[in-house]
Design a protein around this ligand. Structure first.
Ligand code: 4AD
Ligand code: MG
Length: 444
């Protein structure tokens, strides 16, 4: 038979086709049966008339339950009212597996906890289907764009001997005993490992071979934050480039974000409609992004009523407040060096400041990217490791990168879920990843 996908139906007008999928919804008026079928590629209505089908088919339709898996046959015709532009006149239906009664997710409003508890089924809902598509589009756009700019995919490890970002946010696990008495990375018995918080440090080794490289994978933060922006497992893309300094690093970020938004607007218009996302704010995402220093941001926030201190990182409320006032992403650069990571290079014009930036998404979304130029001087970096009380032996390899052929270099990392939430217009990151992991959730 002529099996095809819903997404291809507009090319099959007038033909009789077979579709394989799930009964998303249905209703019957006694003589006519309206079936909403979803097949992964899209959703379409199939209209069966009782006189036009066999008794067996009508019986199968009458016994149908929501989310049963089915194979249907029908004739494709144009239908201006349907979102896909087509409808099928039903000819046949075969039930592959009759669903159990009372599918838990109905049209009525469910609370977030109920939906998360049923995440394995919730993923089938149209809004979640749309989010999954946008997420996929953002991933593809990132790969395509970075490759077009000369970045090579470089896979960084998840099991690591040390912290990359804050030591207070590390997930620790037991590792093999790698020899008693041998002082190891972090503790002396050599049996602990940590889940990676970012691939950055390893990527810095990668660019000394490849020039430009990026990683894209799950990272872990044992952050005790129950906010709409925090997950304990999330997907990060880190990009790193040799001979690139702070200014150019921000340009790379700007171009990438513009390209991601452009691709989603172009390829996911239908998905954004399903999500009822207003696209005008996304169409505004053009260069140049706004820019302010950390000092300017603090001054502005104080004007707006925040009690942020001069050396404070921006809090979640600060980010929301600041980005609600702008219709484009904002770079905030040159944070107080002492509150930032050990690897950041200092501003030669003001060594109390780091050559770093965060990129905040507009409409109240806040930080989506963190980046910086890296310290490339051996002695300075060694001193920073000491000042941060990090175990020197674990960073010998990282220091080696400054011993042999050190170059100015910079990079940044984005949190995929934060970008998906912003572009989809979702309040919370929990809907942006198939199975969210949070402080209070590890299931399903
Ligand atoms: O700002 P962060 O901590 O930067 C780094 O990890 C650097 N090593 C990246 C680099 O320079 N290569 O994290 C980067 C991004 C943040 O801007 C945010 O979008 C996201 O990762 N992120 C989180 N997303 C979800 N849940 C969390 N708990 C997150 N923590 C950070
Ligand atoms: Mg950050």
């Amino acid at each position: 038979m002529n099996t095809c996908f819903v997404s291809d139906l507009s090319k099959r007008l007038g033909e009789e086709v077979e579709l394989k999928g799930w009964a998303y919804n249905f209703r019957s008026s006694g003589k006519i049966f309206f079936l909403q079928l979803r097949d992964g590629s899209g959703r379409v209505q199939i209209v069966y008339g009782k006189p036009d089908v066999s008794e067996a088919v009508w019986e199968a339709l009458s016994s149908l339950r929501i989310e049963s898996s089915v194979i249907v046959r029908g004739k494709v015709k144009e239908d201006a009212r349907s979102p896909s532009g087509v409808e099928l006149t039903g000819v046949a239906l075969e039930i592959v597996s009759l669903a159990a009664e009372d599918y838990p997710i109905s049209k009525k409003e469910h609370g977030p906890d109920f939906l998360l508890e049923h995440r394995h089924l919730w993923l089938r809902s149209e809004s979640q289907w749309a989010v999954l598509h946008v997420r996929d589009c953002i991933i593809r756009a990132t790969y395509d764009h970075l490759r077009s700019r000369g970045f090579v995919k470089f896979d960084t490890p998840i099991l690591t001997p040390t912290a990359c970002e804050g030591t207070t946010e590390l997930f620790e696990m037991d590792y093999f005993d790698m020899g008693k008495g041998e002082p190891s990375a972090v503790n002396t018995d050599g049996t602990k490992a940590y889940l990676a918080q970012s691939g950055q440090l390893y990527l810095e080794a990668g660019i000394m071979s490849l020039g430009r490289a990026f990683d894209f994978g799950p990272v872990f933060r044992a952050e005790k934050s129950k906010t709409r922006r925090h997950l304990t497992e999330f997907w990060m893309m880190d990009a790193e480039a040799a001979f690139v300094e702070h200014e150019e690093n921000m340009r790379v970020q700007e171009e990438l974000v513009i390209e991601i938004v452009r691709r989603v607007l172009c390829e996911c218009a239908h998905e954004l409609r399903i999500l009822e996302r207003h696209v005008e704010p996304l169409q505004n995402i053009q260069a140049p992004f706004f820019r302010m220093t950390h000092a300017e941001a603090v001054a502005k926030l104080r004007e707006m009523g925040s009690n942020i201190g001069e050396k404070d990182d921006l809090g979640a409320d600060d980010e929301t407040m600041l980005t609600q006032a702008f219709d484009r992403p904002i770079f905030i650069e040159k944070y107080p060096a002492e509150v930032k990571a050990f690897y950041m290079k200092r501003d030669p014009n003001d060594p109390s400041r780091a050559l770093n930036n965060d990129l905040l998404a507009p409409e109240g979304y806040g930080e989506i990217i963190g980046g910086s130029q890296r310290e490339d001087d051996y002695e300075t970096l060694k001193r920073r490791i000491e000042e941060h009380h990090l175990p020197m032996s674990a960073f010998e390899w990282y220091l080696d990168l400054r011993r042999w052929g050190s170059v100015p270099h910079s990079g940044f990392g984005f949190g995929l879920e934060r970008i998906v939430a912003w572009i989809c217009g979702l309040h919370h990151v929990r809907e942006t990843i198939p199975f969210p992991r949070m402080m209070n959730r590890l299931t399903p």
